[in-house]
Design a protein around this ligand. Structure first.
Ligand SMILES: Cc1ncc(COP(=O)(O)O)c(C=O)c1O
Length: 493
């Protein structure tokens, strides 16, 4: 079997192997029961590491395309995989939401409803309640991290001396080098350690960038819906926000241009890959067009790639990789791939804005915990991270498929959902008349916590009823949670 590998491609090598084998199966060149080359043979013929071949086979196994047989190797599955008949449709109304004034802070009694603060607090509490099925939160399954305590102990031992000193505001050089290498190799960015600022999660990086580029009263364009954490940040600093509707291809580019022309905003905020909350990923062409518009109207793009690396299908290079005029600021994080509690994220800034942003970081909180940085650095150095990502991609794919299958069986007609290529969320659009707040309360009373769509629209001006569902749970929890939710929904339809 010949598998050509493009070493300079932005697609990771193990994904190239997956794509090729998947193609051979789909075109019938490889048939049910055929034996795949052994890990050693494929590793030798493609001249890649054995771990890379294992990663590829793991992904194909999770997709149900191949199976490992004890002592005999990998075989093409006899059964056709469940390709998840889908009701994939995403056709939201294209109404732009213009917020001249930040919304007033919600009154205490409104915290009972869908405010972003409330959603966050409830989500943290739900995770602490044994038995709750939390379909609302946004991070990966806590699996495959058995080696982390050992890695952490080693890391802390190595840096114990330097804990008695303050460190660089932009973060440790070795960690910045490691992240830069990862961004170059896996995401096609043209960056070095000197373009990186290590931040307390990507949220802090986003905060630094927003405060650098936006003053109170300035206009900012966001996708609608968008990540509610960004909305509350913008309201709190007094920005005026315009929500440009999402389409299945990403932000509506025609409306984006109209609003760029009319309002001359300071910033466009986009989650271009595995978008929170819809799970959508924009195409390369869409990214090019968005960047061209930002150039034309001289606007900065803040690209939040919080779900970077969690794709189980290929995704295009980030907008930052297409940026030749230092117009795009890129935020990444290890919250979703390692753990949120470690609070290590990063900003990629090329050009003259790097230094003022480093100074701003010093002004805010000096630097990210030396211990956290050392643990992430050691985790990257030991090769565990790469392996862990492949593991997460495989289990998340299984979980996504479990959720799609469960929704197909349990949800009423006229509910439609997105099919993400990775990440942790999908987005469900509901029939217009459904009282979603009430439905979510009922689900919570039965131990299922779900995020209503409202907080993801600027100003909470929900333009259609929707739910954001986190699929990174165990398949049995997903089945149980979706069955309960479906049962409640059916009563309203
Ligand atoms: C789109 C998006 N950006 C940024 C963040 C912040 O992540 P962190 O600060 O933990 O890196 C989140 C967290 O949920 C997110 O969903």
């Amino acid at each position: 079997m010949r598998i050509p590998i493009e070493r300079h491609s932005s697609t990771a090598v193990y994904l190239q192997i997956c794509d090729r084998i998947r193609h051979l199966i789909e075109t019938g060149a490889l048939r049910s029961g055929d034996k795949l080359p052994s890990i050693r043979t494929l590793s030798a013929s493609t001249r890649v590491n054995k771990l890379t071949v294992i990663e590829a086979y793991n992904v194909l196994a999770a997709e149900g395309l191949v199976e490992a047989r004890q002592g005999s190797g990998y075989f093409v599955c006899p059964a056709k995989i469940d390709r998840v008949e889908s009701k994939h449709q995403f056709a939201p109304p294209q109404d732009t939401i213009v917020l001249e004034q930040p919304p007033l802070p919600p009154r205490i009694e409104e915290f009972q409803g869908g405010s972003s603060f409330n959603l966050y607090m409830k989500s943290v509490q739900a995770r602490q309640q044994p038995g709750t099925i939390d379909l609302s939160s946004g991070f990966s399954l806590a699996s495959g991290l058995d080696d982390l305590p050992r890695v952490a102990r080693r890391a802390v031992k190595q840096i114990s001396g330097s804990l008695f000193n303050y460190d660089l505001p932009q973060g440790q050089f070795v960690l910045r080098q490691q992240i830069a290498r990862l961004l170059v190799q896996q995401h096609g960015l043209n960056v070095t350690a000197d373009n990186l600022i290590i931040t307390n999660g990507s949220k802090q990086g986003i905060l630094l960038a927003v405060h650098h580029y936006v003053k109170p009263g300035d206009w900012v364009l966001v996708e609608s819906p968008t990540w509610y954490g960004m909305l509350s940040l913008l309201y709190n600093m007094g920005a005026r926000v315009i929500g440009i509707p999402m389409t299945p291809e990403g932000i509506n580019l025609e409306l984006l241009e109209k609003n760029l022309y009319t309002y001359r905003p300071k910033l466009i905020f986009t989650v271009s890959t595995l978008h929170n909350p819809t799970g959508l990923t924009t195409s390369l062409d869409h990214r090019r067009q968005l960047l061209a518009l930002a150039e034309k109207y001289d606007c900065v793009v803040l690209e939040d790639n919080a779900y970077e690396g969690l794709n189980f299908e290929p995704v295009p290079v980030p907008i930052k990789a297409l940026d030749t005029s230092d117009r795009v600021i890129y935020a990444g994080t290890f919250s979703k791939t390692i753990m949120p509690g470690i609070r290590v994220g990063y900003l990629v800034v090329t050009g003259e804005d790097y230094q003022p942003l480093v100074e701003r970081k010093l002004h805010y909180d000096i630097h990210v915990s030396t211990v956290s940085q050392a643990i992430v650095s050691e985790y990257l150095a030991s090769g565990h991270y790469r392996h862990h990502l492949a593991h997460l991609q495989a289990v998340h794919l299984q979980s996504r498929n479990a959720m799609l299958n469960a929704m197909q069986r349990h949800y009423p007609p006229a509910t439609y959902w997105t099919i993400p290529k990775g990440g942790t969320f999908l987005w469900v659009q509901m029939p217009a008349h459904l009282p979603l707040a009430e439905i979510c309360q009922k689900a919570l009373a039965r131990g299922v916590f779900v995020a209503e769509g409202t907080p993801f629209f600027p100003g909470g001006q929900q333009s259609y009823p929707a739910l954001r569902l986190n699929f990174t749970l165990l398949p049995e929890q997903i089945e149980q949670g979706i069955a309960i939710l479906g049962e409640i929904l059916q009563k309203y339809v």
